[in-house]
Design a protein around this ligand. Structure first.
Ligand code: PLP
Length: 502
């Protein structure tokens, strides 16, 4: 790495990114491209030798070929999925970590990176008001993974091994895991990878009347039925902020329902965990004192650019028992040599984060999260969450004021779900019963909205209903973007209803 060259090229890249953000509003949020559009424009093989000033040429290709083919997640008019909230220091922290390029798989492999992760997961846990027992300060501890999917896999494997150590490995086929029909699909995937029988993943139904949350009564009934049949309840995945509607499962009641039964309770708060920086949203995690693990994605709503999932566990030893390896002689020797010799560690056990995850190698994610917390402060994060929630509340009012639309589930946090009511007249056009017809109408509406390129939203099907999801959460989104997005929806709704003869 040539320092002078790096300085010059670094400025080029920073300027490129700054220009992108300055003009991001001009791009259609969703590009009008077809599969294969890019491959046809690039050579079939990599160059054997670099062209002169290849970075400049590369950046030109990014600008001319790739930017027009991106879905612009950072556009102020991107309202799909859950946002990936960005910040200057989130991006620059990523750059800094990439530049330092250390690999903190053990304490010894990078003491400062490891210790910053210990410190910053406690900082974040305190900012979210997580129970003390999930923090290092209280005997638990946190780590930074890439995604919530990894957090689910690691915790389910820890729970499995802890349970099998108690009941015998041959009983793996008896283990049962629980979630609701709103739980993210990654839970089922994690359970499968962990060797849980497909038939032993209980996806408990929810309903509109109870706001699509998992009820303690339904959970208790499912657990009791499994116990009566000689199966072993293992793991519950409760969600704070479900993907379709941001529903909040009642942690206190769910924990009480499985109390004393040896069930590992994990909270997936990928999106809504962030809101707990605000006292007014902390009720969402009331009862979390009894859970075994909790994860949230600071890359979703806390200004930490991709990727960053914080996972806290009450008993790190359970993770380490399942995922730890001390077979590598080189790593073991290096650790033994390093620890007694350096510094005073009697009060701080050295953490080897390789034993808390699937992979050995890992990124220095703590750096950007620490910079975000340091440069924005918890108050700054609160202001971001509150401004998005305020904008979403304004949108909800606009939707409710238009009689053609309904809000089938009340807004949660900064996610508004809505749909066109019209079904009767549309039934003639698309056929089928009223619900099928109105679902088709709403599917057409979403496609029409997204095809404009002026707003981008996503959908969900809940209780058989197709709903449009508008998640406010980008750093650049302002009130006028939300108002404009709503007028795009209204305009397209008029067109779709006219075509459907409704
Ligand atoms: N859990 C919930 C509730 C989510 O909404 C999502 C994604 O949006 C995930 C888990 C998966 O997150 P990740 O992409 O970090 O694995």
């Amino acid at each position: 790495l040539d320092a002078g060259e790096f300085r010059r090229q670094g400025r080029q890249v920073v300027d490129f990114i700054a220009d992108y953000y300055a003009g991001i509003n001009d791009y259609p949020v969703r590009p009008a491209v077809a599969p294969g559009f890019l491959a046809g424009k690039l050579p079939a093989t990599a160059p054997s030798t670099p062209e002169p000033d290849a970075l400049t040429a590369g950046l030109r290709d990014v600008r001319e070929l790739m930017l027009p083919g991106l879905t612009h997640w950072q556009s102020p008019r991107h309202f799909a999925h859950f946002s990936a909230t960005a910040s200057n220091v989130g991006a620059l922290g990523e750059a800094l970590a990439a530049g330092l390029n250390v690999n903190p798989f053990t304490w010894e492999a990078s003491p400062a990176a490891t210790e910053l992760e210990v410190v910053v997961t406690d900082w974040l846990g305190k900012a979210l008001h997580l129970p003390e027992r999930l923090l290092f300060a209280g005997g638990g501890g946190g780590t930074l993974l890439g995604t919530s999917c990894e957090a689910m896999l690691c915790t389910i494997v820890a729970a499995r091994d802890e349970k099998l150590a108690e009941i015998g490995e041959e009983r793996i086929g008896d283990l049962v895991v629980y979630c609701s029909d709103q739980t993210h699909f990654s839970f089922q995937k994690a359970a499968r990878i962990a060797g849980i029988r497909r038939g032993n993943c209980r996806e408990i139904p929810t309903c509109r009347e109870s706001g699509f949350v998992l009820t303690a009564t339904a959970l208790q009934a499912a657990v009791a039925a499994d116990e009566a049949a000689g199966r072993v309840p293992l793991f519950l995945c409760a969600t704070v902020g479900t993907t379709p509607t941001a529903a909040v499962d009642p942690l206190r009641e769910l924990c009480a329902a499985v109390e004393g039964r040896g069930v590992w309770v994990h909270v997936d708060a990928a999106y809504a965990g962030a809101a707990c920086v605000c006292p007014e949203f902390r009720h969402a995690i009331a009862g979390a004192e009894a859970v075994d693990s909790f994860s949230t994605n600071p890359h979703k709503w806390l200004l930490a650019n991709m990727d960053c999932c914080a996972l806290w566990v009450a008993r790190p030893a359970a993770l380490v028992a399942a995922l730890g390896t001390d077979d590598d002689v080189i790593l073991k020797d290096a650790a033994a040599a390093a620890r007694p010799a350096r510094g005073d560690h009697h009060h701080h056990a050295a953490v080897d984060y390789k034993d808390w995850q699937v992979a050995l190698s890992r990124r220095f994610r703590a750096l950007k999260l620490w910079l975000v917390l340091r440069c924005h402060g918890v108050d700054g994060l609160r202001a971001v969450v509150r401004s998005h929630v305020r904008m979403a509340a304004a949108l909800e009012r606009m939707v409710r004021a238009d009689a053609r639309f309904e809000v089938p589930v009340p807004r949660q946090f900064a996610l508004v779900c809505f749909r066109l009511r019209g079904g009767g007249a549309a039934a003639q056009l698309v056929g089928g019963d009223e619900l099928t017809a109105s679902n088709e109408l709403n599917r057409r509406l979403l496609e029409a909205v997204n095809a404009t390129g002026r707003a981008y939203m996503s959908s969900a099907v809940v209780g058989g209903m197709y709903v449009l999801r508008c998640a406010v959460g980008n750093s650049l989104t302002e009130e006028h973007h939300v108002r404009e997005a709503w007028s795009v929806v209204q305009g397209q709704a008029a067109a779709v209803l006219a075509t459907a003869g409704a």
